[in-house]
Design a protein around this ligand. Structure first.
Ligand code: ADP
Length: 705
């Protein structure tokens, strides 16, 4: 190994300096750059996420600001400053009430009861008193009618008095009251048709000044009218009227207080339900009445919910806001954003002080409760959907209770969490990358990533090449050392033999002429072997240096081969071989370098003899196949494993089998054969199996130019 490293020092040094070190440095540089790139992409993405959160928050805040400006504008109007409640109600209904984000208004003047436009209950002067404010004449007539009705049970008498009174009354509210009493007396006489007509008249009166009492009168007239229709057998009409009564209750809910609302609503609902129960046939297959009723009922529940909200505002928000505003010295037109969790719901209020006429001192405060349903479903959701459309991040908007308002849960991937200022609204926005894909695509696009990849590939290739070179070098060293030992052995054996035989011949100790002849023959063959060995080595060396030269002569191959083969075997007396030379072809002229080709054929014959048992047969064939002459040398020797077929032609290669056989050799024979044959434009093929002998075929083109 050390030798190899020493031999390849230059190559390794060049590799280290020009490829390995720069590659390693570039790899390190690439890894650092890629890490930075990854951080940069992540930072950029994080920044995009924050930007999204900022944008979303500012869009929501803009809606609140618009509402806050509206509030600021209202509290500075004369109606607010002068505490004109009806004026305020109108203003709220006409302006702020039109904004869907508005949920409920609340106004609290110092030391006064709060009120909640557009609910008028408890604010407006009760016009019932005004209705009762009859003239003395009217009062006396009414008392008379009461006497007829309640003391004497003289209902027609009461009716005629009341009718007289009605004729002299102009005020529509008062007319309503009187008609109501007439109808009552008619009902008491079971004169339902006339009573119904009376109630119908009340319903169509439409007095100019509505108040809770006039509305109540209308609602109760509707209910009574329905009852009269029922009594006269007009059941379907009765059912319709009960629905109208329910509708009227809801339409006028802001004129009623909480108790009136629930009392009249339940009367109307009861009426509808009892008619339905007694007359199931009225509910047709299309269920129109029930559907109408359900719609009204849900509107009713909303109104009840509003009263619940008002209750919570009164009980919890107003005291806290009052104490907050008390701390402000003088007047401030700052809009306070106030959040309060009541039950599971968050109450969001925009609130500010109402100035007095001088504008320097507060007279109370006004507040707007946000409509949570609209804020979440109609503002936040569609807005968030816009951001989600970009598709590369997932966003979840939830309230502080963890309830998802919009978007999808973001899972565990890293991202950002963003809250609203002052938790108004009390939402948490969580944004994360939808997947790691953007990061990877980012990296793929990165120059560093590709540099890194190329460098790693170069490094791996470099290492592989160096590895292969070292392995090859190792093999070559072994082959060369084997070569040296086998060459010296190859030289030594014939030289020792020649020396010993010539010594004995010189001494003259061998007298037998046959014996002397045999000695000469052995000496000749050993010299021949030595000469072939030298030729092989010289041939190989020339070839390696690229200095090999050929001299082609036209030769009759059949005769020539026969001559060489016979010559070879005649000089191999120490072993007996059966030689068959078959040729079915007539003499043929081929251009060959005779010396070179002789060396090649001798090498093949030598192998055939060397790797065979003592008495086995070596056959030589010569045949023509197409434009080629095939020379086949077939032996019945040890054979060659298939995997070695290509290796045996490599320089210095000797199979293990051969070494085990202790057959002599240098591993150069076949290399030279192959070289010579290829230089003649031909090829050498081997067919062989261990134990079954080998056939080497030399194929040379006949008409080589
Ligand atoms: P060498 O004969 O000097 O060992 P060669 O290049 O002539 O070298 O042959 C290479 C190897 O091929 C031999 O070592 C032997 O293993 C194998 N080989 C060549 N010819 C034969 C053959 N006729 N029978 C069996 N093995 C052979």
């Amino acid at each position: 190994m050390k030798i190899i490293i020493r031999r390849q020092k230059k190559l390794i040094l060049i590799y280290l300096l020009t490829i390995f070190l720069p590659s390693v440095m570039l790899c390190i540089f690439g890894i650092i750059a890629m890490r930075n790139e990854k951080f940069r992409i992540e930072r950029q993405f994080r920044e995009k996420q924050s930007q999204t959160a900022r944008l979303f928050k500012s869009e929501i805040n803009a809606k609140f600001d618009a509402l806050a400006n509206n509030l600021r504008h209202s509290v500075n109007t004369p109606v607010f400053i002068n505490q004109d409640k009806i004026g305020i109600i109108n203003l709220v209904e006409n302006q702020i009430g039109k904004d869907n984000l508005y949920g409920q208004y609340l106004i609290k003047y110092t030391d006064k009861q709060p009120f909640f436009p557009p609910f008028r209950a408890g604010i407006l002067p009760d016009t019932l008193n005004a209705i009762l404010d009859y003239t003395a004449f009217q009062k006396s007539k009414q008392e008379m009618a009461d006497r007829y009705e309640f003391l004497q049970n003289d209902y027609p008498g009461a009716i005629s008095v009341l009718k007289g009174l009605l004729n002299s009354t102009i005020d529509k509210n008062q007319q309503g009251q009187i008609l109501n009493r007439i109808a009552r007396n008619l009902v008491k006489q079971n004169r339902f048709n006339e009573a119904a007509a009376c109630y119908l008249e009340i319903i169509s009166l439409n007095p100019e000044n509505t108040s809770s009492s006039t509305n109540l009168l209308k609602i109760s007239a509707l209910l009574q009218y329905s009852e009269c229709l029922l009594k006269t057998g007009q059941k379907e009409a009765a059912l319709e009227e009960s629905l109208k009564a329910f509708e009227e209750v809801i339409a006028n809910s802001c004129y009623l207080d909480e108790n009136q609302l629930s009392a009249y609503a339940s009367m109307a609902r009861e009426k509808f339900r009892s008619i339905c129960k007694e007359n199931p046939d009225l509910i047709g297959s299309d269920n129109t009445y029930t559907v109408d009723f359900e719609n009204l009922d849900s509107l009713y529940r909303n109104t009840i919910k509003k009263w619940e909200i008002i209750g919570n505002l009164k009980g919890q928000c107003i005291p806290e806001l009052s104490s907050e505003f008390i701390q402000i010295n003088g007047f401030s037109d700052r809009v306070v954003r106030y959040t309060k969790k009541i039950g599971n719901e968050y109450y969001l209020l925009l609130s500010m002080l109402i100035p007095d006429e001088t504008g320097t001192r507060p007279t109370g405060f006004a507040a707007i409760k946000i409509n949570n349903g609209f804020l979440e479903d109609s503002l936040a959701k569609p807005l968030l959907d816009n951001y989600l459309e970009t598709g590369d991040m997932s966003i979840a908007l939830s309230d502080l209770n963890g309830r998802i308002i919009a978007g999808n849960p973001v899972g565990k991937t890293a991202g950002i969490t963003s809250l609203f200022d002052g938790n108004f609204p009390p939402w948490r926005m969580e944004i994360s990358g939808r997947s790691a894909i953007p990061l990877f695509t980012g990296l793929y696009k990165s120059f560093y990533f590709w540099t890194f990849l190329v460098m790693i590939t170069i490094l791996i290739f470099g290492i592989l090449i160096i590895g292969r070179t070292i392995a090859h070098e190792k093999e070559m060293l072994k082959l060369k050392s084997d070569f040296v030992s086998s060459v010296s052995h190859e030289f030594k054996t014939p030289i020792t033999s020649i020396r010993a035989l010539t010594e004995r011949l010189i001494e003259g100790s061998v007298k037998d002429p046959d014996r002397i002849k045999e000695y000469y023959s052995v000496i000749y063959q050993d010299a021949e072997n030595l000469s072939r060995l030298v030729w092989n080595i010289l041939d190989f060396a020339k070839n390696e240096e690229g200095k090999k030269q050929y001299f082609f002569d036209e030769t009759d191959l059949t005769g020539w081969i026969e001559q060489i083969a016979r010559e070879f075997f005649s000089k191999a007396p120490r072993r007996k071989y059966n030689f068959t030379y078959d040729t079915g072809i007539s003499p043929i002229l081929v251009k060959i370098d005779r010396d070179a080709m002789k060396l090649a054929v001798a090498n093949l014959l030598d192998n055939a003899v060397k790797f065979s048992q003592g008495d086995s047969e070596v056959r030589v064939f010569l045949e023509k196949k197409g434009d080629n002459i095939l020379l086949k040398i077939k032996d019945a020797g040890i054979g060659i494993a298939k995997r070695e077929h290509s290796k045996i032609f490599e320089k210095f290669y000797r199979s293990e089998n051969a070494s085990r056989q202790s057959a002599t050799g240098t591993g150069l024979g076949l290399t030279i054969v192959k070289q010579i044959v290829e230089d003649h434009g031909g090829e050498v093929l081997v067919e062989s199996e261990p134990g079954k002998g080998s056939t080497f075929t030399v194929s040379i083109p006949v008409n080589r130019t």
